[in-house]
Ligand binder design. Sequence first.
Ligand SMILES: *Cc1c(COP(=O)(O)O)cnc(C)c1O
Length: 378
Amino acid sequence: MNKIPPFDLSEQFKQIGETINAAVLEVLASGRYIGGSVVEEFEQQFATYIGTSDCVSCNSGTDALFLALKALEIGSGDEVITTPFTFVATAEVISAVGATPVFVDIELDTFNLDLTQVNAAITDRTRAIIPVHLFGQPTDMTRLMAIAQTHNLFVVEDCAQSTGAEWQDKRVGSIGHIGCFSFYPTKNLGACGDGGAIATNDGALRDRLRRLRDHGRRGAYYYEELGINSRLDAVQAAILQIKLRYLDQWNQQRQAISDRYQQLLSLVPGIVLPQEIPGGKSVWNQYTIRVTQQSELGNTEPFRDTLRSRLQDRNVLSMVYYPLCLHLQAAYKELGYQPGQLPNSEQASQEVLSLPMFPELHPDQQAQVAYTLKDCLV
Ligand SMILES: *Cc1c(COP(=O)(O)O)cnc(C)c1O
């Protein structure tokens, strides 16, 4: 049996490689490699796609989040509420601007922030909430925006894994004050390198973000404030322009793959399948199950890890996003969180397993994943 990878970018390149090569060569021949019309066109197209008036591109999803917090003047002494069950960048940027991350537990069935616990975490230092639409699934933005409004907080959406996802017919990233996107190659809209973008409907924020991503400059060599160097390369913008045209189709293919997994794996004991929340439309950056079957007595390894290596032995490669919650990471020791404090997140970190998921995954490969998984569970 052939190996089934967790994701495979080469299949996509086979489909659209020629178009991409031509666009890249055009940029190379133009002599304009940073900024310029190719980047500006992409920013407009992306804003239109997300449904905001403006988009500011930058060098990564991490920078998008960092620049967003900078533009909102969040810094030392401020607190920002977020989830501990996410990629490190979400919290890292809070620390990078000098603020303190405050972790709130997740719901086990959506892996997203448990909004019933957000209120209790709000203090007079809280300035913003960063919801993460994890694995492609939107957070309930209606409830979140209501909480934010009541307490006068900013909402910065981490849409790194959810480009194209919808909450009640609006694309995520267009609902909060700022939406942050990553074009890391394995995201739903991926560049051939690093890239990111910030979406907003606020013209003043847009202007500020444009300055901040370019050293804070206003005019040639005059600086009103200090920023960073975080511009999107023209080559990446040209590639993203092409890929954006395919994004809805690819997201539909991911939906079909999710539906097929749902059929193949429903009623299998020992695992819990992901659920979509009513009102939300996921774009399935990951298809993440929970392995609830327990290891035999005396074996302290989570059964999820046993299952993962059994699958690997039989050529089905899966991933664990994320094996250790952020509040328990060594890097966040000084925040003083203890094991057991955010129980759902900690349970998720022991149980999650992401099955192969990419638009080109073939039904036969999915059948093999399902068959092997069932076999490895007994
Ligand atoms: C990928 C990711 C980021 C960071 O994006 P980069 O482009 O890799 O910097 C931030 N948050 C989440 C949830 C992500 O998955």
